[in-house]
Design a protein around this ligand. Structure first.
Ligand code: C5P
Length: 244
């Protein structure tokens, strides 16, 4: 694989769009520059698995960002369905606990083995980046320091057999130190120097995120809302190439 192909496979575009038609036109326009397309709750709730199928038919890979968080049996069943959909990766909440996460991994392995399918990368969400220490402690009742809680949940998910976590740029280094080189780190909150931060607070450039050790970077609005989305994607790739 060329270095360009390699970084392209590590660029994930957040398809935060309301309809199938808008998602399809973004995939058509950006497929050349983007390896992975992230489908979140809005698009999936509106349009369902046909969006996954559409992306696969166009040669893209899918990150199914539905953050499963339920009793172990329910999450295991959803994990089996995600495996059958053939997504590259999907995620669960680490706060669901190790039994839930282990059952998720078991369901992925069993489904993939029995049905001769590829095994998706399983990711945990640690603490949502929208949450601060006051909410974590005062509302949710977790006394631990927020940064320690993030690393704690990353390690818990690793012990449960998950492949990696979604980690903000600030969290990459401590999680990498705690969980090692092979743990997969998928990093949103990425903003090229030329882009608006929007509502993201702790941002890093694509180059910084890569240099800190992100395996995949997730970018949404800096590409989708750009005047020329294909040019914006190409500029993100060029920046990633500087450190790849
Ligand atoms: O448009 P933008 O680049 O901010 O999009 C980032 C994407 O990553 C959004 O889909 C957002 O929901 C998601 N995300 C995030 N921060 C997290 C987890 C997911 O921004 N901690």
């Amino acid at each position: 694989m060329s270095r360009y192909e390699d970084v392209k496979e590590r660029l994930c575009l957040a398809l935060d769009l309301p309809t199938f038609a808008e998602a399809e036109s973004a995939v058509d326009r950006l497929r050349e520059y983007v390896g992975v397309f992230k489908i979140g709750m809005e698009l999936y709730t509106a349009e369902g698995p046909r969006v996954v199928e559409m992306i696969h038919n166009k040669g893209g890979k899918v990150f199914l960002d539905l953050k499963f968080h339920d009793i172990p049996t329910t999450v295991a069943k959803a994990a089996a369905v995600a495996t059958r959909l053939g997504v590259l990766m999907f995620n669960v909440h680490g706060a669901g606990g190790s039994t839930m996460m282990r059952r998720c991994v078991d369901a992925v392995n069993e489904t993939a083995d029995k049905e001769g399918l590829g095994r998706p990368i399983t990711l945990a969400v640690t603490v949502l980046t929208s949450m601060n220490q006051d909410e974590l402690t005062g509302e949710i009742g977790v006394g631990r320091d927020l940064k320690d809680q993030i690393v704690h949940l990353a390690q818990l998910s690793q012990k449960a057999g998950l492949d990696g976590v979604v980690a903000s740029p600030k969290e990459i280094v401590p999680i990498r130190d705690a969980c090692g080189r092979h743990f997969v780190l998928v990093t949103p909150g990425v903003r090229p120097a030329w882009a608006d931060a929007n509502d993201q607070k702790r941002v890093a450039t694509p180059k910084e995120a890569m240099a800190r050790g992100a395996d995949y970077i997730v970018v949404g609005r800096p590409i989708l809302a750009a005047e020329k989305p294909d040019l914006a994607a190409r500029m993100v790739l060029d920046e990633m190439l500087e450190v790849a």
